[in-house]
Design a protein around this ligand. Structure first.
Ligand code: SAH
Ligand code: SF4
Ligand code: F3S
Length: 441
């Protein structure tokens, strides 16, 4: 009987990609995946520390897994990811066997082999991330490829630079090799990952910058869709917008986190841009790239954010009309500059602001999609829609969801589908792609 591993992933796409490395390492040791922790010999929590809740959840998940150990005494508990990097001691006290930070996955195999009861800690932010670790990908059609690890920006509220260390760009040849590999294995949609992709290459000799990497990726034979996240507004250049506009594979989707609408708040957040600058980027990108969808991240209730400053965020959302937004209440993170900033916004006020912003944004997103009803979109068919029989789901180049009639034989194909009805997250239609193609012929 092979041993089984189970992984639960929280946090961003970097963690999703890292979980594929953790899985790859387990499989290289002969293990098989399992769907529930009750069957696992190795249970891995790949954790996120960006806000308080997911971090607290790690502690309670670890408690649940420890209870399972009464029946499975040999089970190994692993905590990986950002919480492992910033709270290793606490995790060890809570009986995690292996605690491994995001830059140290090359040591995970050795730690697993040793299976040391009592805990192995592998952390260290100064060390470089290793190349060439095994990977077991979750998805064949869509793949994540890291281009730069870590972050040097130290926005005043953010834990990421502490959890992921300083910026380290991967070599262009390693990036291109990984893209070629995933495309060869069937990927049609590739997302390049970094906390600030615009910093790519600054730590490398030579002058390969982020637009250059996009051009190299676009040149890979067989790649249909190229995406990237995250682009920091302070470092976004006209060259990047131009490159996105020119490259056939570059999708019409830009994730550009605004964080706040008021200049004073942006300043104390340490973001390095003004609202006016952000607005000019949105405008330039929309002018250069027809049909562009723009998504964002935003926080409400930053320490000292006044009612009037929050209203500026509302007005920014009204003016810029994002296709989607990830909206958060500000959270204190240990050791950050904002943790020491005052006055704190009370939780009920943060909640009120969040609800007001969510209501506004949902209305905008629905309106935007409603205006697109009747248009046809290229859709990459991903999977069966589990809610309605006879329907498939996929995504447009703008990263909106499309639910349409079809069957499994379409998985992995690009089809053209006309949108019938709009929702917050995309469209549904009764038109089957084939009928649609006939109609257009
Ligand atoms: N590198 C990305 C952000 C990664 S973290 C960027 O610079 O945009 C993802 C999002 O989590 C952030 O954009 C921010 O909106 C939110 N976030 C980060 N720290 C937070 C905190 N302390 N409280 C609440 N939200 C936070
Ligand atoms: Fe955090 Fe700022 Fe770095 Fe993004 S750019 S990861 S928000 S420090
Ligand atoms: Fe979370 Fe770490 Fe990503 S803190 S958002 S998993 S970089």
């Amino acid at each position: 009987m092979p041993l089984h591993y189970w992984i639960e992933t929280s946090g961003c796409q970097m963690n999703e990609r890292d979980s594929e490395t953790l899985a790859g390492i387990c499989e290289a040791l002969g293990m098989r995946p399992c769907a529930v922790p009750e069957q696992a010999d190795v249970a891995i929590l790949n954790t996120c520390a960006v806000r308080e809740k997911p971090q607290q959840r790690v502690v309670s998940r670890l408690g649940d897994l420890n209870k399972l150990r009464t029946d499975r005494p040999g089970m190994i508990l692993v905590v990986a990811g950002c919480v492992a990097q910033i709270a290793a001691e606490e995790l060890a006290e809570r009986h995690a066997d292996i605690i491994v930070g995001p830059r140290c996955y090359d040591e995970f195999e050795q730690a697993l082999r040793e299976q040391l009861p009592g805990g192995v800690m592998v952390e260290g932010d100064a060390r470089p991330v290793a190349e060439g670790l095994p990977v077991a990908r979750n998805d064949t059609l869509k793949a994540f490829v890291n281009i730069i690890y870590g972050c040097n920006n130290y926005c005043s509220y953010c834990i990421v630079p502490y959890a992921r260390g300083r910026e380290q760009s991967r070599l262009p040849e390693d990036i291109v090799a990984e893209i070629e590999q995933v495309v060869c294995a069937g990927a049609r949609d590739v997302t390049l990952l970094g906390q600030n992709v615009n910093s790519y290459g600054q730590d490398l000799p030579g002058d390969t910058d982020f637009p250059a990497i996009l051009r190299m990726a676009d040149a890979v034979e067989g790649l249909d869709r190229l995406r990237f996240t995250t682009s920091h507004p302070k470092d976004m250049t006209p060259d990047l917008i131009q490159t996105m506009a020119e490259l056939p594979s570059a999708c019409e989707h830009l994730h550009l986190p605004i964080q706040a609408g008021a200049d004073h708040v942006l300043k104390v957040m340490g973001r390095g841009y003004t609202y006016e600058h952000f607005r000019s980027l949105v405008q330039a990108a929309r002018e250069a790239i027809p049909g562009l969808a723009i998504t964002t991240d935003v926080m409400v209730g930053f320490p000292g954010e006044s009612k009037a400053e929050f209203d500026q965020t509302l007005r920014a959302f009204e003016e810029l009309r994002f296709d989607q937004a990830f909206m958060f209440k500000y959270n204190d993170r240990p050791g950050t500059r904002a943790e020491k900033m005052n006055p704190k916004t009370p939780n009920d006020e943060k909640q009120r602001r969040l609800l007001a912003l969510v209501a506004l944004q949902n209305e905008i997103a629905r309106d935007i999609n409603r205006d697109l009803v009747g248009q046809s979109f290229e859709v990459l068919v991903e999977e069966r829609d589990h809610k309605s029989a006879g329907y498939m789901r996929g995504r447009t180049r703008t990263n909106k969801r499309m639910i349409f009639p079809g069957d499994d034989s379409m998985i992995g194909e690009m089809v053209t589908v006309r949108a019938d009805e709009a929702f917050l997250w995309g469209f549904t239609t009764k038109h089957s792609p084939r009928e649609d193609a006939d109609a257009e012929a």
